[in-house]
Write a protein that binds this ligand. Structure first.
Ligand SMILES: [Mn+2]
Length: 242
């Protein structure tokens, strides 16, 4: 069984289109999305249409939740709400679960299994990310029997072992870098403008994780961010650097 896992699309329909084409060329039974799907100064409505067309199984990210809670009052927030009006996307977001399991073996969450706004794998206290110690991860995940856990939110692709568990972050489809003030100022980056996702192959046991980087028309997405007065997003999308 081969599944594709995508995350943190952030309304980048140009990147999503390219990734869905790439997935279509492989023998994939289902695609799962880890959330932060529609928030961004890009193409929220087009992103929603693509996901519906391909019947992607999504969960809710913190920024999807913020859309529903009216929590990010800003120019970009107003733009997202306006773009989604009348599309059915808001109603769709309301139906999305917080997390999901696949065949009892794989747990999908946005941040951690308990909190959609915390990184699972990364420690950012230094202002940059390092991987959290294995013992810390094992303790954090003790309550969850699944031995494969997929998380997003940090936009940093990686495969991390913690005890018996393999923890997988597919990286971000639509926003390869960003900075954030919380819990301390830090920068996250994948290092390239390419759209990231992964393919997990398992047959009783985990066989392989393919971490994939897909080239796409990042300039079109960056130009859209600039048009919507987000030069920060435009730079992150063009370079993959924070
Ligand atoms: Mn997030």
């Amino acid at each position: 069984m081969k599944i594709a896992v995508i995350s943190d699309i952030h309304a980048n329909s140009w990147a999503l289109q390219a990734v869905l084409e790439d997935i279509g060329n492989r023998d994939i039974s289902q695609t799962y999305d880890l959330g932060d799907t529609l928030y961004g100064p890009l193409d929220p409505a087009g992103t929603y249409r693509l996901l519906q067309k391909k019947q992607i199984q999504s969960i809710k990210g913190n920024q999807d939740r913020f859309i529903l809670e009216n929590k990010i009052p800003s120019l970009t927030f107003d733009y997202v709400i306006k773009s989604l009006r009348g599309t059915g996307a808001i109603q769709w977001l309301q139906t999305l679960p917080f997390s999901r399991t696949i065949e009892g073996r794989i747990l999908l969450c946005h941040g951690t299994p308990e909190n959609d706004s915390e990184y699972l794998l990364e420690n950012v206290k230094s202002g940059y990310f390092t991987y959290e110690k294995s013992a810390v991860l094992e303790a954090k995940l003790d309550a969850h029997p699944q031995d494969i856990i997929c998380c997003g939110h940090s936009h940093v692709p990686g495969v991390v072992r913690a005890g018996r568990k393999t923890l997988i972050n597919p990286g971000s489809i639509g926003l390869p870098a960003f900075d954030d003030e919380s819990p301390v100022y830090h920068q996250m980056e994948s290092g390239s403008p390419m759209a990231r996702y992964c393919i997990i192959t398992f047959n009783g046991d985990l066989k392989s994780v393919d971490m994939i980087a897909v080239a796409y028309d990042a300039e079109a997405a960056a130009a859209c961010a600039e048009k919507n007065k987000r030069t920060d997003w435009a730079n992150w999308i063009r370079t993959g650097r924070a």
